[in-house]
Design a binder for this molecule. Structure first.
Ligand code: G3H
Ligand code: 13P
Ligand code: ZN
Length: 312
């Protein structure tokens, strides 16, 4: 059943757990997610970035996710992740996405607020939910170092004002995570005090972006025979968010957790494993089915960690 993220997250807020929000770009990743979510009866947010829409097409993504929502007996929301382009946001709302994020985190506060208010007007008119971001979650191509990240953390006082003035349903906050596999030099360091203050002041479902754990089981698979593949550098030194930190963040009020990198790494590790084990394979199904299985494995782990099993 297709529902809004607001509906899923209201329940998560009351039940003190987090709904997993997974990014997809293709069919096999979606299938892997649905397999484990259905087995464990977890609600799921399937999210598509603007890059995913450019890669796969809005119509294909919509068709795949709505088909999944009909086929599987669990509650699913179709969410636009990090929407920056107002035209794309409007198109997603018109086509039937049940939730959108407006990411104005790189804009001056006033512009972030006014554009968020505009998106809220469009979305609420169709009964769908809006996530917005205050503070900024860095990573990927950003060259900013870990110590300097703090300058971009969410200010709890500003967050209260932003939530009151914008009427958003869900707030993404910055407390030390980063996008991509390289989040920390070693140990997870998050500003939990800030998280508690934001929760106390806003009373909204909060989102932890950049929350992948970068598990060793997967990075080891990618390292396996890497010298044969001229690829020993890809994940060297990668560190994700620890399971202990995720549990604490949920306890303090995180209700939506965004995972993309773990699925990307699992998908690629599955392909690599299949190509090494079956060097004569040329049927994509022989290769991509291993990717799909590893995605399902990661998804099951996240559902157990986030406490969302048997909630749908
Ligand atoms: O945080 C963003 C997600 O990981 C999506 O990344 O824009 O490369 O699709 P993308
Ligand atoms: P990761 O890169 O940690 O998976 O974060 C994904 C994300 O925040 C998507 O919005
Ligand atoms: Zn994100």
């Amino acid at each position: 059943m297709l529902v809004t993220s607001g509906q899923l997250l209201k329940k998560a807020y009351k039940g003190h757990y987090a709904v997993p929000a997974f990014n997809i770009n293709n069919l096999e990743v979606l299938q892997g997610i649905m397999e484990s979510a259905t087995k464990l009866r977890s609600p799921i947010i399937i999210q598509t970035s603007e890059g995913a829409i450019e890669y796969a097409g809005m119509d294909f993504l919509y068709a795949m996710v709505t088909t999944a929502a009909k086929k599987y007996p669990i509650a699913i929301s179709l969410h636009l992740d990090h929407g920056k382009n107002l035209k794309t946001i409007k198109q997603c709302i018109a086509m039937g996405w049940t939730s959108v994020m407006f990411d104005g985190s790189a804009l001056p506060y006033k512009e972030n607020l006014s554009k968020t208010q505009q998106v809220v007007k469009w979305a609420h008119a169709k009964g769908i939910s809006v996530e917005a971001e205050l503070g900024a979650i860095k990573g990927k191509e950003d060259t900013i170092d870990i110590a300097a990240r703090e300058a971009f953390f969410t200010d709890p006082v500003q967050a209260t004002q932003f939530v009151n003035d914008s009427d958003i349903d869900i707030l993404a906050i910055s407390i030390g995570t980063a996008h991509g596999p390289f989040k920390f030099e070693n140990k997870t360091i998050l500003d939990f005090k800030r998280l508690s203050e934001i929760k106390k002041n806003t009373h909204l479902p909060l989102v932890l972006h950049g929350a992948s754990g970068i598990p060793h089981r997967i990075t080891d698979m990618l390292d396996h025979k890497c010298s044969d593949l001229h690829d020993c550098g890809r994940v060297a030194g990668a560190h994700g968010v620890s399971d202990t930190a995720i549990k604490k963040a949920i306890k303090l009020g995180i209700n939506k957790i965004n995972i993309d990198s773990d699925l990307r790494l699992a998908f690629t590790a599955g392909m690599r494993n299949a190509l090494l084990a079956k060097p004569h394979a040329y049927d994509p199904r022989d290769i991509l089915s291993e990717s799909r299985d590893l995605v399902a494995y990661i998804v099951a782990k996240k559902i157990a960690l986030f406490g969302s099993a048997r909630k749908s």
